[in-house]
Design a protein around this ligand. Structure first.
Ligand code: ADP
Ligand code: MG
Ligand code: ZN
Length: 554
């Protein structure tokens, strides 16, 4: 079967071979299994039903919510010599009838329809008389309330099989891979885990970096200035930030454009076209920019602020390096981004989505704090198991020593528990830092044994460390409007001394050899200093303390 499929791929589509994942998905479909295909946008999902459609008798039905894309797809298929047609609201009654007539005569290999059609019983009866071996449900996440694009009419597609006495095979396709959505699709369409194929999320030509605590404006000026010839996109979370960066770059003489929802249609189209034509080198934009644009030579995508979830991040960052050449994806993170995103999420129309959005936001924050390979974090997020490190993201190439932060983590965990596991990051940090503000006093937290036990760090550094503990899954965050932090099973293991916590990007870390006179000096000043057991031993203290102490260096 797959031999035949490869021949058809070459004959009709002119591609020499299948991409990663396509072949397995097609084999599953051709074996008659109801199948779920998850690939990123541009990954090549269409072939997973188009090729089977060519090998199977009768007409493959394609359900697609994107009316505008139906025509493109059908035109393309026809240009390749494949009989295909669509029925949607853009056709007149007569035109639709003509298409159905062709289908009845067995002249169509593929028929595209919009899901709303299925609400019409007469139309369904007509479909029931066609020979339909396969139904492709494109953008299948629309079936899930957990998806970002739920469509009530998609609910009906799970009953469509019953129209025929011999059930057609179902193939559902989507780029959304979150566990919730995946499970929903599988449940509603009766697809098993073993027939779910997730592939193609890794992009080896992209180099990911997360930078924290940078002067972001300065970083962007330098980066763009050093890469003047390269096309790049800078994504901002707000229109205001777009205007700000745009103005900075413009003053610097960069050929820069801007794009956000506050600009008129004409200006936006104009900016976009100039960017596509390489007249503008850099585009500063909100997430409104990029849908459906196909510019392959984008050498970098910088996020000036953290976006709201990993799906958005990866979709936006993934606009770099479409041509397969090495490209950078840089995220500039500051903890204030979290507030910005919480605010934006809170503005959402649909209140029921807020808990989900907050969970997703936390996974985005975890990405900013993880010390794992970033490429791996991404592919794992999208459900692909990878073991290999990319070797080039700024986590992989971080050669700062790993510092044993077990004691610090225990202090945090213990404090969280003592505070009753019902407070947020800010208050916990303040208690650990020994801050004496009103709320701390009100709750009597200044009397806790853990009060001030991390006072060598400031509250901000502690908050970062807490984020790190969350990313390491020692702590977790509740979903409510006021997120509270609680301890996980892994956290318990740390608290009981069964698990170590190593941290690389600790802002409070400086390596000092025990032969350095400063080493003993520091040990004397700080009673409970953390030292690494390795060689040379390392001392842990805050930047501020370091500056003060260095000044007094003996
Ligand atoms: P998706 O629906 O997953 O977003 P498409 O099916 O529209 O992606 O495919 C994206 C692009 O990749 C198309 O231009 C398609 O022709 C191309 N493509 C798909 N499969 C292959 C392949 N095996 N070899 C080469 N190009 C492919
Ligand atoms: Mg598609
Ligand atoms: Zn890596």
């Amino acid at each position: 079967m797959i031999q035949k499929a490869t021949e058809l791929l070459q004959q009709y589509f002119g591609y020499p071979s299948f991409r990663e994942g396509q072949q397995q998905a097609i084999a599953s479909v051709l074996a008659g299994n109801d199948t779920l295909v998850i690939m990123p946008t541009g990954g090549g999902k269409s072939l997973c039903y188009q090729v089977p459609a060519l090998t199977l008798p009768g007409t493959t039905l394609v359900i697609s919510p994107l009316i505008s894309l139906m025509k493109d797809q059908v035109d393309m298929l026809q240009a390749s010599g494949i009989n295909a047609a669509f029925i949607n609201s853009s056709l007149s009654y007569e035109e639709a009838e003509a298409v159905l007539y062709k289908a009845r005569m067995g002249e169509l290999k593929l028929l595209y329809i919009a899901p709303e059609r299925l609400e019409n019983e007469a139309f369904c009866m007509t479909l029931a008389h066609l020979q339909v071996p396969l139904i492709a449900i494109d953008e299948a996440h629309c079936i899930s309330q957990w998806g970002h694009d739920f469509r009530p009419s998609y609910r009906i597609v799970n009953r469509i099989k019953d129209l025929w006495t011999v059930s057609p095979t179902i193939v559902a396709l989507t780029a959304t891979a979150t566990p919730h959505v995946r499970q929903d699709i599988c449940n509603l369409l009766d697809i098993t885990e073993e027939h779910t194929f997730i592939t193609g999320f890794s992009r080896p030509n992209l180099t990911f970096s997360v930078l924290r605590g940078e002067n972001r404006d300065q970083y962007i000026m330098n980066y763009v200035g050093n890469n003047k010839q390269d096309a790049g996109i800078i994504y901002c979370a707000t229109r205001k930030a777009v205007e700000h960066i745009y103005t900075l770059l413009l003053k610097k003489g960069i050929k820069v454009g801007k794009y956000h929802g506050g600009l008129g249609d004409e200006e936006r189209t104009n900016m976009q076209q100039k960017f596509l034509d390489d007249e503008l080198v850099v585009m500063v934009a909100t997430n409104a920019f990029g849908m459906g644009i196909n510019k392959t030579n984008v050498r970098y995508v910088i996020h000036y602020q953290m976006p709201r979830n990993m799906e958005s991040y990866y979709q936006e960052a993934g606009r770099a390096g479409r041509d397969g050449l090495p490209s950078d994806c840089i995220l500039l993170y500051s903890s204030s981004d979290e507030q910005t995103q919480r605010f934006l999420i809170d503005q959402a129309q649909d209140r029921t989505r807020i808990p989900l959005e907050l969970t997703k936001l936390q996974e985005m924050i975890d990405y900013c704090h993880t010390e794992d390979c970033l490429q791996n974090y991404i592919t794992r997020y999208f459900g692909e198991e990878t073991m290999v490190l990319c070797g080039k993201c700024n986590r992989c190439i971080d050669d700062r020593p790993q510092i044993d932060m077990t004691v610090e983590a225990q202090k945090v965990l213990s404090c969280v528990v003592r505070m009753g596991q019902k407070f947020g990051k800010v208050l916990i940090s303040q208690v650990l830092a020994g801050s004496n503000n009103k709320k701390v006093q009100e709750f009597g937290f200044n009397k806790l044994p853990t009060y001030g036990v991390l006072k060598e760090m400031n509250a901000k550094e502690i908050a970062h460390f807490i984020e790190f503990c969350i990313a390491e899954k020692l702590l977790a965050v509740s979903n409510g409007q006021f997120p509270t932090i609680f301890m996980t099973e892994q956290g318990k293991e740390v608290l009981m001394g069964k698990r170590k916590v190593l941290r690389r990007s600790a802002p409070v870390v400086k390596a000092i050899s025990d032969e350095d006179p400063l080493f003993e000096h520091l040990r004397n000043i700080r009673k409970e200093i953390s030292t690494n057991e390795g060689v040379p031993p390392y001392v842990v203290f805050s930047d501020k303390t370091l500056k003060e102490l260095s000044a007094k260096r003996p």
